[in-house]
Design a protein around this ligand. Structure first.
Ligand SMILES: [Zn+2]
Length: 271
């Protein structure tokens, strides 16, 4: 437990799977679900690693120690921060795994739950029963856990388990996601009612970075909001951002540092 990695091995042969929580140390729902899994999962076959990913940040109750761990999953990482040494350990573990489930939560008080993954993971992601699947992230924000698996030709799924004021719902979704993910690979026995409705599909297209201290949004925006064609989104120094038809806005964060992502644009598409 010292490195916060628990290995559960079944009696029979099977796949090697990883479940991460605490990639961001202040996202509690997944960490609590992982505690539950450690004590309650009955793994029949294969191997399951339960990983408190940014262990020091979780212990500190902070999002990160030095940097965003979910931008560090890049082959060849040779940085010196705590997250860099931790990510090298975690990438080595993932290199021996067939699939990854990574449990996150929104840092907003309330948030629609959704999945982040690339197309090879859609079939599994649709089983989780969340209303939205979002994709295209590896191209605009490389270095995330799911993107690392995608680049290796493997399954990588990140679930955003509600907001920080919705902890009970977040823990319940995180537990259910663990069970459905493991049941899909046949390593645990778990039966459930498959979702009746298909989720919506959101494709991320551009991460906009803050350029100046003179940044402001034109109004309050909500995650996954469809913008009015041509409406002013934000002003950043001399730069103005206007919405194109059908564009959707995500993760508005006026407090982002210069050079960091201040909002994301994308659109809804068909599977
Ligand atoms: Zn997160």
């Amino acid at each position: 437990m010292e490195n916060q990695i628990t290995k559960l091995a079944g009696k029979n042969l099977g796949p090697t799977l990883a479940i991460f929580a605490g990639v961001h140390g202040n996202e509690t729902a997944g960490v609590l679900a992982l505690d539950w899994a450690r004590d309650n999962l009955q793994v029949n076959s294969g191997t399951v690693y339960l990983v408190v990913a940014n262990a020091e940040a979780v212990a500190a109750g902070a999002r990160q120690i030095n940097k965003n761990l979910n931008r560090c999953f890049l082959a060849g990482n040779d940085g010196n921060a705590y997250e860099d040494s931790r990510v090298r350990e975690l990438m080595q573990l993932l290199d021996g795994c067939d699939a990854l489930l990574d449990l996150h939560a929104s840092t907003s008080d309330q948030s629609t739950p959704f999945v982040i993954c690339e197309p090879p993971s859609f079939t599994i992601a649709k089983l989780f029963g969340v209303p939205l699947i979002s994709t295209g992230w590896d191209a605009i924000e490389p270095g995330a856990t799911d993107g690392y698996m995608f680049r290796a030709g493997k399954i990588g799924i990140c679930v955003e388990c509600y907001g920080k004021a919705e902890l009970d719902a977040g823990v319940a979704l995180a537990k259910e996601s663990i069970l459905r993910f493991l049941a899909y690979f046949g390593v645990v026995d778990y039966s459930y009612q498959p979702p009746l409705r298909e989720p919506k599909l959101f494709c991320a297209q551009a991460a906009i970075r803050k350029q100046t201290d003179d940044f402001s949004f034109a109004r309050t925006f909500f995650d996954f909001e469809v913008l009015a064609p041509g409406e002013l989104i934000a002003t950043d120094g001399a730069q103005k951002y206007f919405a194109q038809p059908g564009q959707v806005l995500l993760f508005p964060d006026a407090k982002a540092k210069i050079g960091d992502e201040v909002f994301v644009l994308g659109r809804y598409e068909e599977f």
